[in-house]
Design a protein around this ligand. Sequence first.
Ligand code: GRG
Length: 301
Amino acid sequence: MSGFDLEEYLRSEQTEVEAALGRAAAEFDEVLPSNQAAAGRHGVVSGGKRLRPILCATAFRACGGSAPSALLYDFAASIELIHAYSLIHDDLPSMDDAELRRGEPTTHRVHGVEAATLAGVALIPLATRRVLVAGDALGLDAETRSECGRLLSEAAGAAGMVGGQGLDLLGEGRELASEQLTELHRHKTGALLTAALEIGAVAARAEPHVRSALRGYGAHAGLAFQIADDVLDATATAEQLGKRPSDADLDKSTYVALHGLDGARALARAEAEAAVAALDRAGVDAPALVALADFIVTRRS
Ligand code: GRG
């Protein structure tokens, strides 16, 4: 591996993400009743790796984009708002009925189901609004802003994450075949991760072949991320993961159940390598993205 200091990179990028999310959450305080605003803040400013906005900003720079960090992260953090809503809703009693997320009680356990549901829904248009408004502040023209908005909405919606969640619900208690599981995760986890990369490329006005390389990286990294998630779910405790219940508790199909631990680890590694190969083929030199692909399969939470 190169001398790239990923730990330091993640630390400084996460600081930028937290600041941008704080600015986004302040919009809640202005418009929502206080219990709903508090639920939104709980879901948004509650830790996490912040991988999606970091991937977006990293792709932007890898494609030659340059902008002040605060402007770039106001834009990239809109993707994290969609991620935050998905976690709030995924944890609800009507979904996974989760008690623990990121080592803390879930949003509805702290603020109630009604406030958590409403705050989650409010995050969706907030994310769309912020990608357009922050895109404007970033200097993107109307066509580029609209393309970014389209990518985010498609990745979040029925053709992406929500569709994947639908497949997940249908698959509960059934043994999915490997292709079905991959189809599910390409939508549920992969679509938003891929959009993060592609939005970064579009905002930097990347050439079509570079944009498509970033999309390819995203698709492979998204799968690697999910397979690694299944490995973690099977090998770490709830305390280490900060998450309860586990997929096994929920009787979900996993890559570990299908391929065994070693098989799943090898698959995750192969997908991370395929992500980097997509960049190499297009001549994209991006040490941070290479290091992030490795992090995705070696992370501990
Ligand atoms: C109601 C059908 C319906 C859909 C609503 C709930 C929902 C939309 C979608 C769920 C999508 C979902 C929960 C995907 C999870 C993907 C995933 C692996 C999450 C964990 O991501 P990390 O590890 O989390 O990046 P941190 O905590 O680091 O942010």
